[in-house]
Design a protein around this ligand. Structure first.
Ligand SMILES: C[S@@+](CC[C@H](N)C(=O)[O-])C[C@H]1O[C@@H](n2cnc3c(N)ncnc32)[C@H](O)[C@@H]1O
Length: 206
């Protein structure tokens, strides 16, 4: 088996483009394919540390002249993680803690909004190496992300979450299909070949 080389193509590319992590290219590929983030949008980034998705989201939603936001302040990212971000990012409000414990209604109301335009989740559990435990914990985080999207994502809004592929994949995708007009699964090219992660993308919440 090939050994893991941290200085791979995406690692170097991230450094060159000033992103804090190579995982940015997973969201970048999803964004290039589905255009789910738009200038002026308000994004919820769940599991944001060290911060590369928030960096890309911040750059993408930065308001452009003539583009009106749906509601409230334009071009915002709200990010949450159990661990701190490693840098401060323009237009990103960072909350340190568990996504389950945040008062999201209050966060939105402070932004003058009732909903997010996009909910992203790259949340991952700390892995134990025990396949079924890790898959079950990953599924739990996806269910949490979907529940937050159910409540705080606007109709027509988009959703992404990361799942460690396992037996529950189909069941979870079915749950998503009930809530979004289009539902896709993608293993980005920048995902390491040995990784079991897959991204589920829900477009246009019903
Ligand atoms: C793969 S990392 C995210 C990388 C990030 N998207 C980036 O591009 O920099 C997964 C993160 O999920 C966070 N996480 C796991 N469970 C969480 C929870 N319940 N609430 C908030 N963050 C959580 C972890 O602390 C970890 O930092």
């Amino acid at each position: 088996m090939m050994s893991y080389n941290p200085r791979d193509h995406y690692f170097k590319k991230a450094k060159k483009e000033n992103f804090v992590a190579r995982s940015v290219y997973k969201l970048d590929e999803i964004q290039k394919k589905y255009r789910l983030l738009k200038p002026g949008d308000c994004i919820l980034d769940l599991g944001a540390s060290p911060g590369s998705w928030s960096q890309l989201a911040s750059r993408t939603v930065k308001p452009q002249e003539g583009v009106k936001p749906q509601e409230g302040a334009p071009g915002q990212v709200v990010a949450v993680d159990l661990k701190p971000l490693t840098l401060s990012i323009p237009n990103v409000q960072f909350l340190l803690g568990d996504a389950r414990q945040v008062d999201w209604k209050e966060v939105l109301s402070n932004l003058g909004r009732s909903h997010f335009d996009v909910v992203l989740s790259d949340m991952a559990p700390s892995t134990t190496g025990i396949k079924f435990t890790d898959q079950a914990r990953s599924l739990e985080l996806c269910e949490l992300a979907l529940a937050l999207a159910e409540e705080f994502l606007r109709p027509g809004g988009n959703f992404v979450c990361k799942l460690f592929h396992g037996g529950e994949f189909r069941e979870f995708k079915l749950q998503m299909e009930k809530r979004f007009q289009q539902c896709e699964a993608l293993k980005p090219q920048s995902t390491r070949s040995q990784s079991k992660e897959i991204f589920l993308i829900g477009l246009r919440k019903t």
